[in-house]
Design a protein around this ligand. Structure first.
Ligand code: G6P
Length: 614
């Protein structure tokens, strides 16, 4: 939530910041702003709306400067207007600051500052920080770094900040707590700072991820120095980025979401590469190896997540319970953290998160850790906060996901959870050897089957045309297809703003059936398997109320074809692996409906990809 980027060095800062903000726009797009240090002045450009608006606004103005900070906002406090846009400046305009996070005690700090004569321009929580730093600097007669450090000691909440001051033109001061921040070390003694590595990758692969309560000082003369807010010096741990620039481009697709949907044959394969060998009957998640025994012996696994990742956990629950016979509880991280949950030392708490930065998921893990539980992570973003605080974990290796609506990250999460279930089941002996071998082969075949579904894009687009003007939609599924229904409904509402609900098919008659009429599209996952006949009955119930049925069926199905208005066939596979296939047509349907309705597919209104506030 909110993206921040900064540069100091010999290059012109503006093009780096604008490009960086575009890369970070998935984190929020309510407004954007830049402050540049030029000719001893801090020049400020801020505009409501997307980065493109800011770019247009800055055209023709003085955009020179070798040091600058930029921000793309997802509004928390105050409307998304020009004034509330970051950067915020001190009253004398000497200091500019960008912030991602929430200052929870901003009210009391603000009151105090107002009583001392500070005048606030915006409604943001952030503005208190810049005035506080200014105030400390003036009254305590300290330099910028010390003023930032002291200011942060009075702050409760989450922050990633970068501060620029015209009195310290060779320096940028950055700090983080609960919101991510990466320092890029350039080859020419220059430095980059950003919420994630995407704005940096083009210039350098040498990065340092800051830890909570650390302050990074990048100084053109003295280089990089890291201290913490207690003023202890920390040795920077420099890492080499493995990301590639092409992964951040649309690669000929109209939208990132479409590109990411089409990447799934590869991303699923990348996810199980080196972890699965069907021929040799072998599966292993290296990152979790040391904890395998502990997981097997544990009485329960608790999975915490938000949004789409929570749906992946639900699929994981079906898989792990059914195959490995280990009790799994899936929790919304936001609920778990506040409901005084019972956590024992022998519990294993697993966070599933694409970004690895979701504030509620982080807090749930921290709570579990404080109670002595083992904490594990399944993340996509390498080096993310969750991946660093957990005892161990597994990366999903889906590659950068830019579209706000999650697609390939979901199937990669489900793939990791499937590998985990299979590995545990094999070790525990809860799965027969022949079933285990069959499932490994089936999993290996999934990428090709996903491709076969993607090849049906034209059919899916035709179906989308029929339902693009719907106001409501229902998604039904049973077993592990129930979370797929939830995910299908979430995709539709996120990007096309059609109200959609996912339901276990049999629950439909306890309420949603009242909504069904000839206007209501009902998407049903009716693939071959244990509940097939039951789902067919549910379809009949919808039919009897004149609902429109769009069914996802197994290739060759005839029974549902007779009942449904439209069918989309998916290749046959083991029942446990159906979520990896059934989700694909639902992603494509939502995508096409969104495009046809003229919605912003990659950046849906009010949403952000990485939710670093609770
Ligand atoms: C936001 C995103 C979703 C994502 C959720 C959890 O709501 O828009 O796509 O599923 O956060 O994010 P995480 O990074 O923890 O998976």
């Amino acid at each position: 939530m909110c993206g921040i980027v900064a540069y100091i060095g010999k290059k012109e800062a503006y093009p780096i910041l604008i490009k960086g903000l575009k890369r970070l726009e998935y984190r929020g797009y309510d407004s954007a702003g830049i402050a540049l240090l030029s000719g001893g002045n801090v020049n400020l450009y801020k505009k409501q709306g997307k980065v493109a608006n800011l770019e247009e606004f800055a055209t023709g103005k003085d955009i020179s400067g070798h040091s600058g900070i930029g921000h793309t906002r997802w509004a928390t406090h105050g409307l998304p207007n020009d004034i509330n846009s970051h950067p915020h400046t001190s009253m004398d305009g000497k200091i500019a600051l960008i912030h991602n996070g929430i200052i929870e005690n901003y009210d009391s700090i603000k009151e105090e500052l107002i009583s001392r004569g500070y005048i606030f321009k915006s409604e943001t929580d952030t503005e208190v920080l810049v005035h506080l730093i200014d105030d400390i600097q003036k009254h305590e007669k300290v330099d910028l770094v010390e003023a930032v450090r002291l200011a942060l000691q009075s702050v409760i909440g989450a922050y990633a900040i970068v501060v620029l001051s015209k009195e310290f033109p060779n320096q940028l001061v950055a700090a983080r707590k609960s919101s991510p921040l990466v320092v890029g070390i350039g080859a020419e003694g220059d430095f980059y700072l950003a919420s994630d590595a995407t704005p940096i990758i083009e210039y350098t692969k040498q990065v340092v991820y800051l830890d909570d309560e650390e302050i990074a000082v990048v100084d053109l003369k003295e280089g990089l120095k890291i201290i913490n807010i207690k003023n202890q010096v920390k040795a920077p741990y420099i890492q080499e980025l493995e990301m590639h620039l092409e992964a951040l481009e649309k690669g000929g697709y109209e939208h990132f979401m479409l590109k990411e949907i089409h990447e799934q044959p590869r991303s699923i394969k990348d996810c199980f590469r080196g972890r699965l060998n069907a021929e040799k009957g072998w599966v292993s998640l290296g990152g979790l190896k040391d904890y395998q025994q502990k997981i097997m012996n544990s009485k329960r696994l608790v999975m915490v997540a938000c949004g789409t990742s929570w749906h992946a956990c639900q699929v994981g629950e079906y898989l792990i319970e059914d195959l490995a016979r280990i009790n799994v509880e899936v929790e919304y991280a936001s609920e778990f953290r506040y409901r005084n949950p019972i956590i024992n030392e022998d519990d294993i708490v697993i966070a599933v998160s694409q970004s690895g930065e979701t504030a509620d998921t982080m807090a749930a893990l921290e709570l579990a850790k404080s109670k002595g539980a083992t904490i594990l992570g399944i993340c996509n973003v390498v080096g993310s906060s969750i991946s660093r605080i957990t005892d161990a974990g597994s990366y999903t290796h889906a590659g950068p996901e830019i579209g706000v609506a999650s697609t390939k990250a979901f199937t990669a999460q489900v793939t990791v959870l499937t590998l985990m279930a299979l590995s545990l089941a094999n070790r525990k002996g809860t799965l027969s050897s022949s079933k285990f071998h069959t499932m490994l082969s089936e999993l290996e075949a999934i990428p090709d089957k996903v491709q076969r579904i993607l090849d049906k894009n034209d059919l899916i687009e035709e179906i989308a045309k029929v339902y693009k003007d719907a106001s409501n939609a229902l998604y039904l599924g049973r077993g592990s297809s129930f979370p797929v229904a939830l995910e299908g409904a979430l995709k539709l509402k996120e990007i096309s703003y059609i109200h959609a609900e996912g339901y276990p098919a049999a629950e439909m008659k306890h309420g949603p059936i009242a909504l069904i009429d000839e206007e209501m599209p009902v998407f049903v996952i009716a693939t071959k398997g244990t509940s097939y006949e039951k789902v067919v009955s549910n379809i009949q119930e919808v039919k009897a109320r004149k609902g429109k049925i769009i069914a996802i069926v197994t290739e060759g199905d005839v029974q549902v074809r007779d009942l449904a208005d439209h069918v989309i066939e998916i290749p046959d596979t083991d029942e446990h692996l159906v979520p990896l296939l059934a989700t694909i047509p639902l992603q494509l349907l939502s995508y096409h409906i969104s495009v046809m309705r003229g919605c912003n597919v990659d950046q849906p209104r009010n949403l952000a990809k990485s939710v670093t506030v609770e």
